[in-house]
Design a protein around this ligand. Structure first.
Ligand code: ADP
Ligand code: MG
Length: 298
């Protein structure tokens, strides 16, 4: 399937600061794509480039396989900075103004988008009476005008309280279920783990890795084993093949296998035949957290 967006060798500098370094990336259709990285890693710069707010120094990008055609813009809704809503106007009046200025959507559609973001019951209240979470949901409603296929959000839960954060995350998942492709920047690992299907990790402008969250998560199977005599266990494991390396974790040993190749029965049988009865045998995936930590600290 044609990617929704392809980045090809994108670079961008601000004076001597290189914010993006030769970044290439494909964003598949229908995914929730997280751009993950600490502050200053280039996330906002990347989103600004793909939304034509900033120009690249080098490289190119294609939406829906086409080069920057204005026609494609209609299919992209975005939320980079909180829009300037009028404090004394209601949600409906504010969205009417957004619609009039941007030409996106229709007056009838305003009711529909307010329902999606669950503001329909408060649609006539003044914006100034809204919680931060409600304000953010109104901003997302504005991005939904015109029913775009793709939504681009920069740190959509920033500054919200835990309830507001949970509501926005639910809303993003709901939009994904409706078939939207969502591209969102976040510096929060757990947010990406909870919300996204795909992830690209940026560090100081370098793309460290990208892929489905599962792929990025699990590039190794870790088999944890233990026995009463751990020294003897370690000795016999010299004869077992298939794993790349071994690590001691307290009273357990961790065997690292290439993803998908660890077979617990084989490990169990091997040890038993060598006269060792295991008292622990389990496989675990490397967590994204461990991976993220390794990648961003190298
Ligand atoms: P993120 O969104 O991941 O926090 P940014 O894309 O905002 O990262 O910033 C990437 C780098 O570019 C940072 O070092 C930041 O200080 C720098 N930067 C961003 N915008 C500007 C600007 N307008 N002028 C100068 N430097 C900038
Ligand atoms: Mg940013």
């Amino acid at each position: 399937m044609q990617p929704v967006l392809s980045l090809n060798g994108i670079s961008k500098s601000y004076g001597s600061i290189q914010a993006l370094k030769n970044v290439s990336l494909d964003i598949p259709q229908g995914c929730v794509f997280g751009i993950l990285g600490p502050n200053g890693s280039g996330k906002t710069t990347m989103l600004s480039i793909i939304l034509d707010i900033l120009k690249t120094d080098n490289g190119s990008f294609n939406w829906f396989g086409k080069k920057g055609s204005p026609e494609t813009r209609k299919h992209i809704g975005s939320l980079l900075e909180t829009p300037n809503f009028y404090h004394y106007l209601s949600a409906v009046d504010n969205l009417n103004i957004t619609h009039a200025i941007s030409g996106r959507g229709s007056a009838e559609e305003i009711e529909r988008v307010l329902k999606i973001v669950k503001l329909d019951e408060r649609k006539t209240s003044r914006f100034s009476s809204y919680s931060l979470g409600m304000k953010q949901r109104l901003a997302i409603a504005a991005a939904l005008l015109g029913d775009p296929q793709v939504l681009v959000f920069d740190e959509p839960t920033n500054g919200l309280d835990p309830v507001g954060i949970a509501e926005i995350r639910e809303l993003i998942k709901e939009l994904a279920k409706r078939g939207k492709t969502i591209i969102m920047a976040s510096h929060l690992l757990d947010e990406v783990e909870k919300v996204c299907t795909h992830v690209a990790i940026l560090k100081k402008g370098d793309l460290l890795t990208a892929g489905s969250v599962d792929e990025v998560l699990a590039n190794e199977d870790i088999v944890e084993i233990s026995a009463n005599d751990i020294g003897q266990l370690e000795t016999i494991l010299g004869g077992l093949s298939g794993y790349s390396h071994i690590k001691k974790e307290g009273s357990r040993l961790q065997l690292f296998f290439p993803v998908g190749t660890a077979k617990l029965e084989d490990v169990n049988r091997f040890c038993f035949e060598k006269g060792i009865t295991l008292n622990l045998l389990t496989v675990k995936k490397k967590s994204l957290e461990t991976k993220f930590f390794e990648l961003t600290n190298q």
